[in-house]
Design a protein around this ligand. Structure first.
Ligand code: CTP
Length: 413
């Protein structure tokens, strides 16, 4: 596929280098057209080297090739990232002062704008009107992500992560109407991995969680346009790019991080394996073998139930800006008191979360594996939903379900 990648003059231009890589690695032929202003952020040499194609932003370069007409005509897809307030205004009013705006006027195929700007600019009536005009003409304008902006401020206006723009672009080319990222503008907190409860400076009580499921969820949520905060307990896999990582070790640290993160989260997913108990005392020094040959006794105390506390916090807070969705995980084996689903239903009621993702576990199942099979139970009482496959596939199914629930309860403004 021939892609024209227009780069606007915003600090987020540096992220577009990764987007270009995603396009070229997928085998597409990309011509980058940076605006003059954008070259103050990322130079043309970067675009030439990464795309393998010459780069220009002037209608007067290579005039014999009539680039200002040809590039737009030949492109199967035009992506503009970051689409600044200025570029959106120029595109909406049909200006043609440089090669990129000329190309936009000549484009025959789908055009995708990935905006990035300060929140006030994005929410300004002028920008809103320009976005409406462009959408009205059939251009696809993504919702920006929410989160930390260039300065100390935060809010909607961040460039969606490159993987999310890539996913939206491919959906658009396939002619899908749902190219809009389902979690754009949403903040999702995901806990992952297993907590470690120290006994002394060298020993801990841990569990078999690898963190793969939580990381796969973070990737799926990021690719759906969400601003993702990963609360990472001990994990055997590295955290993905494009997500904010908060490292924790113990259940108490995870509790503190989760309650703080919940304050501005649309969704909290507790996929971490949290130790239910911790040693009552943590020795400052290494516990040594004793001369009298008696064995040490470790007394355990209950850890707080974080999921339960998150639900209580949510329920006690007046929800000014819509509903917070809380998702729990349950690892069940089934026993003489009931099968896996019976235990899971009871847990869903006990914990009060909105969705419960149920894994059937044994020492050979789920932990550390790449494939899994889950059932998603909803408190609303809707039919249990099954999903199986790789952890990536299952995560995509869980994230779509979350997006569905979220958009049904509190549609995006
Ligand atoms: N969880 C939590 N805090 C804990 C223990 C668990 O937030 N102290 C969360 C997990 O992240 C998961 C869910 O609760 O989302 C279910 O955890 P699980 O250990 O399967 O259930 P328990 O509540 O521990 O119940 P039981 O031990 O009876 O199975």
């Amino acid at each position: 596929m021939r892609i024209v990648l227009g780069v606007g003059g915003g600090i987020a231009a540096y992220k577009v280098a990764s987007l270009l890589r995603l396009f070229t690695e997928a085998g597409h032929n990309v011509t980058v057209i940076p605006t003059e202003a954008s070259t103050r952020f990322v130079g043309s040499a970067t675009w030439e080297a990464l795309s393998g194609n010459p780069v220009s932003n002037s209608v007067f370069d290579d005039v014999h090739q009539v680039n200002h007409v040809r590039l737009g005509h030949e492109a199967d897809l035009v992506v503009v990232a970051p689409a600044t307030a200025d570029l959106l205004a120029k595109a909406a009013t049909g200006q043609a002062g440089d090669l990129l705006t000329n190309t936009l006027l000549m484009a025959h195929g789908p055009v995708l704008f990935a905006p990035a700007m300060h929140t006030e600019m994005w929410q300004h009536a002028a920008t809103r009107a320009n976005v409406e005009t462009l959408r009205g003409r059939g251009a696809a304008v993504l919702e920006p992500a929410t989160g930390r902006l260039t300065g100390a401020d935060s809010g909607p206006g961040r460039l969606p992560e490159p993987e999310a723009i890539f996913a939206a672009a491919m959906a658009l080319v396939e002619g899908r109407q749902d190219f809009q990222l389902p979690l754009a503008g949403r903040t999702i907190t995901i806990s992952a991995g297993g907590t470690r409860e120290p006994l002394d400076p060298v020993r801990f009580l841990g569990n078999r969680s690898s963190g793969k499921q939580g990381v796969a969820l973070a990737v799926a949520a990021r690719n759906a346009g969400a601003n993702v905060r990963l609360l990472a307990a001990h994990m055997e896999v590295p955290p993905p790019a494009g997500v904010e990582v908060v490292q924790v070790e113990t259940a108490l640290q995870l509790r503190e991080a989760a309650l703080a993160a919940a304050a501005d989260s649309d969704v909290v997913i507790m996929s971490a394996a949290v130790a239910d108990f911790r040693p009552a005392e943590v020795s400052d020094t290494k516990i040594k073998k004793r001369d009298d040959r008696t064995d040490p006794v470790i007394t355990l105390v209950r850890n707080p139930d974080i999921l339960l506390e998150l639900v209580e916090l949510r329920n006690s807070t007046v929800q000014v800006e819509g509903h917070q969705l809380i998702v729990g995980f349950a690892a069940e084996t089934g026993d003489s008191d009931g099968d896996v689903l019976a235990h899971a239903e009871a847990k869903l009621q006990r914990k009060g979360c909105d969705l419960l993702v149920v894994n059937h576990v044994g020492t050979d199942k789920v932990f550390g594996q790449d494939t899994t099979s889950v059932v998603i139970l909803a408190r609303s009482g809707s039919e249990p939903q099954e999903a199986s496959g790789t952890k990536t596939e299952v995560s995509a199914a869980i994230i779509s379900r979350i997006a569905f629930e979220l958009n049904a309860v509190s549609p995006r403004a």
